[in-house]
Design a binder for this molecule. Structure first.
Ligand code: TRP
Length: 379
């Protein structure tokens, strides 16, 4: 056990799930300039979220096959960039990851969230109104509850909850999403969404957000750049050309063959953020490209991430720092460290580019040599 820099609780050994991910978090905090006190508060939070699996040795298989990341590590980091400022570090967690069933996973997740709400003094009422929809007695689907924490200076994160619209059955996802939006006061929001192949998540901002959002995530299989260009429903949002450019840069369609190709190995996702209830229209739009399935290795994925940040005039230095904070392997020796690239637009704010970074606690996916034509393994 290594003591935290500030006494008391200890970080488990480096070859445990908690030890591995906490060390990554502490190094990432340094990269983005978070102070030691904040870093140790956030590291403790991460450990607490892992609960009983924090001390689980990494040579044992993951306690549950978490859908949060490809190798089932129940933790994913991301760096979110705006021009002229240090990036924000965020961490996505599955607090119920040690539970034996999805129902128990959800209950543990809710307990963790309520505990966090007391500690950090935020309200969960928006979520409380939806628990019957998202936490039925026998839930289905790939997750019960995920939390994303934006690690701000000051030791109090901003919190987002990710809910599973398929909890009541795959065939009920759309109806569940519609009902949830309705209860949140976004009465006709569902009808303005673009067509998608699947409703993936409903995310809620909890806590002291200036404008808390309800965000709907859609999956789009086999999509082309021009089709992606038409997904945005936000007034004053990015142009189809802007969206297409992000799609092409992240998907690697700028160069080489398949310049007009479709991304058919893993779906791109769109996210539609609703804030005001006075209009049915969303005030935010994000496109997510799962770059890991369209790059041969992480060196290529990093080049795409860098090109995207350059395009928006953002400093790429911290991204390189973050990559070194996460792994010592050569980037060419695997793919998936960089999981997604996204660009988010929110009315009245500058665009934000985000790079999603895997922990790879359990596994590094081998680079795709000549096999990019093959469909990716399902997760
Ligand atoms: N692992 C899941 C996926 O790849 C969920 C997920 C994790 C995700 N981080 C994400 C989805 C970031 C979109 C963006 O789909």
């Amino acid at each position: 056990m290594t003591p935290f820099r500030h006494g008391a609780p200890a970080v488990p050994d480096a070859d445990t799930l908690g030890g591995h991910t906490t060390r990554q978090l502490l190094r990432l905090c340094e990269v983005v300039g978070l102070g030691d006190d904040d870093a140790s508060v956030y590291a403790r939070t991460l450990l607490r979220s892992l609960g009983p699996v924090a001390g689980r040795p990494l040579d044992l298989p993951p306690a549950t096959p978490s859908f949060l990341s490809d190798d089932h590590t129940p933790v994913e980091f991301s760096l979110s960039f705006v021009p002229d400022a240090a990036p924000t570090l965020r961490v996505l967690l599955e607090p119920g990851c040690g539970a034996g069933t999805l129902a128990q996973n959800g209950r543990t997740g809710l307990e963790f969230l309520r505990d966090a709400a007391r500690r950090w003094d935020f309200a969960t009422d928006r979520l409380d109104e939806l628990t019957d929809l998202f936490f039925p007695e026998t839930p289905e689907g790939p997750l019960a509850l995920w939390l994303a924490l934006e690690l701000r200076p000051g030791g109090v994160p901003q919190v987002k909850a990710y809910l599973n619209p398929a909890a009541g059955g795959d065939d009920r996802s759309a109806a569940t999403m519609r009902e949830a939006l309705h209860r949140l006061g976004h009465r006709s929001a569902f009808d303005v969404l673009p067509e998608g192949d699947r409703h993936l998540f409903l995310a809620l901002d909890l806590g002291d957000w200036e404008e808390p959002r309800a965000k709907v995530y859609l999956a789009h299989h086999d999509m082309s750049a021009p089709e992606a260009g038409l997904l945005c429903r936000m007034p004053g949002g990015p142009s189809p050309e802007d969206i297409e450019a992000v799609f092409r840069v992240a998907g690697g369609l700028d160069t080489g063959d398949g310049a007009d190709g479709r991304l058919s190995r893993r779906p791109v996702q769109s996210c539609h953020a609703f804030t005001e209830t006075s209009t049915a229209l969303p005030s935010g739009f994000t496109l997510y490209v799962p770059v890991r399935d369209y790059a041969a290795h992480d060196g290529e994925a990093l080049a795409r991430a860098t090109a995207l940040l350059d395009r928006y005039g953002m400093d790429t230095g911290p991204l390189r720092g973050a990559v070194s904070a996460l792994t010592r392997r050569r980037l060419e020796d695997g793919v998936g460290l960089i999981a997604y690239l996204s660009v988010a637009h929110q009315s009245g704010r500058p665009p934000r580019a985000t790079v999603y970074l895997s922990s790879e606690a359990y596994q590094v996916r081998p680079p795709a040599l000549a096999s990019l034509g093959e469909p990716a393994a399902a997760h």
